[in-house]
Design a protein around this ligand. Structure first.
Ligand code: ATP
Ligand code: MG
Length: 413
């Protein structure tokens, strides 16, 4: 028996209505805020993610699905996230003449080789947005408000926005110095990975999930205390704008985000009651990314939310029960003539836009009615020789237990 790959999932017809419902809300909200959908390839040159996500990040070092293509010497990677691909697409398609800012959204599958658990899988789904060309705090506030708006419409009352600023190229070295000094004095207490991080990427130390490291991180120097005046003003202005827009947040110096390209604003929406993987949405500003990938200096801000974690959070809030579509009508047929007639009427009504079913199994009348009941058909119609001869049959409303006579040739629903 061939089984699915560990960490992947089958989403069955009972569950797809919930995903479609969520995706519908995501599309509607993104489009309300003026974002257009972009679709990029599932796989890219490995170099894109090494440069775009950052070669010292966990994603690049440990989690990517990378393989040699059949074309010699080419390394390919299944996308672990969406931002780098969107930035590449904007550069490759030279979209600089478009009205600024550029606003894109996507709903994609992503791939990361991680330990599968509740809320963490190897193929997962993200809704994300990216805005390029605007460095004003209003752009950050708008992206955050869009994310909050989606979460609100999904009925998530248990999520909180955590907000921080990690500064820019000019204040980062200053902060990094303070951080390295702090961790040097605690070097014996940190995990082996963090000892390496202290050399390669000290900011990542704050992101470590090891309990002892996390305790040290809580008392570590805070980026907010080391911002340059421009970054400070940007952050203060963002906070005032969120207040004006009625978006609630808590300032959380512990948010640093796992990817290398972030500058200034970083944020996470965290859900209560869904276990350890509680970040349903993460995002931030990435002013150096487009340039890093060979484009012009275009600032950017974006976020991504994980659909399966959102499902867990919606279950927690009792908003995840989205019913699959039910047939409006089931036409039961008795005998060969009636079966042909049933197919004809079924097809006519489907062309009119209705969900209609009839027997495809050659079942008894009783079994056909049982099927109709299981599928939750609102109306049923029973066809036998008599109905075919008179051209009239009884359309039964299963909810109200009423029926009325209809003409087979032209009745509508
Ligand atoms: P985490 O700290 O949970 O690993 P991350 O910082 O690696 O998250 P991002 O790269 O910011 O995650 O991705 C954005 C969102 O995508 C996350 O907040 C989460 O909801 C979702 N996500 C990330 N990795 C996974 C995964 N392996 N399985 C399911 N959802 C995921
Ligand atoms: Mg991760």
């Amino acid at each position: 028996m061939i089984q699915k790959i560990k960490g992947t999932m089958d989403i069955l017809p009972e569950e797809t209505p919930l995903f479609r419902y969520m995706e519908g809300i995501m599309r509607e909200e993104a489009e309300k805020y003026g974002f257009g959908e972009i679709r990029t390839p599932t796989f890219e040159n490995t170099e894109l993610f090494v440069r775009g996500v950052g070669d010292t990040t966990d994603v690049v070092q440990k989690e990517m699905y990378t393989f040699a293509d059949r074309d010699e010497g080419r390394s390919i990677t299944l996308r672990p996230e969406g931002t780098a691909s969107v930035a590449r697409a904007l550069i490759e398609n030279g979209r600089y003449g478009d009205p600024m800012p550029l606003k894109y959204y996507y709903i994609i599958n992503c791939f990361r080789h991680e330990a599968p658990q509740a809320g963490r899988s190897r193929e997962f789904f993200q809704f994300g947005t990216e805005m390029f060309g605007a460095d004003s705090p209003a752009a950050d506030a708008t992206s955050i408000a869009l994310a909050a708006s989606v979460l609100r419409r999904l009925g998530l009352k248990n999520v909180k926005l955590h907000l921080n600023s990690i500064g820019c190229k000019s204040c980062r070295p200053n902060y990094r110095g303070a951080l390295v000094e702090y961790y040097k004095s605690h070097e014996s207490e940190i995990c082996d990975t963090c000892k390496k991080r202290l050399v390669t990427n000290p900011l990542r130390l704050l992101d470590c999930k090891n309990p002892e490291c996390a305790a040290l991180a809580a008392a570590a120097p805070r980026t907010l205390d080391h911002l340059c005046p421009d970054c400070r003003a940007h952050f203060d202005s963002l906070c005032r704008m969120l207040d004006a827009m009625g978006v609630e947040y808590v300032i959380d110096p512990a948010i640093v985000r796992g990817l290398d390209y972030y500058t200034r604003t970083v944020f996470e929406f965290v859900a209560e009651g869904i276990g350890a993987q509680s970040t349903v949405c993460g995002g931030g500003r990435y002013d150096g990314l487009v340039e890093e990938l060979g484009g012009p200096a275009l600032p950017g801000i974006g976020f991504a939310m994980g659909l399966t974690r959102l499902v867990l959070a919606m279950r927690e809030c009792g908003t995840a029960d989205i019913e699959p579509a039910r047939p409006v009508l089931y036409i039961a047929a008795l005998g060969a003539r009636a079966a042909e007639c049933a197919l004809g009427i079924t097809e006519r009504l489907r062309r009119e836009g209705h969900i209609v079913e009839c027997d495809l199994m050659g079942r008894s009348l009783k079994a056909q009615m049982k099927y109709a009941n299981k599928k939750g058909a609102r109306y049923t119609l029973i066809l036998g020789d008599n109905e075919i001869d008179t051209g009239v049959a009884a359309l039964r409303d299963m909810e109200r237990s009423e029926q009325r006579e209809v003409r087979l040739a032209d009745f509508t629903l």
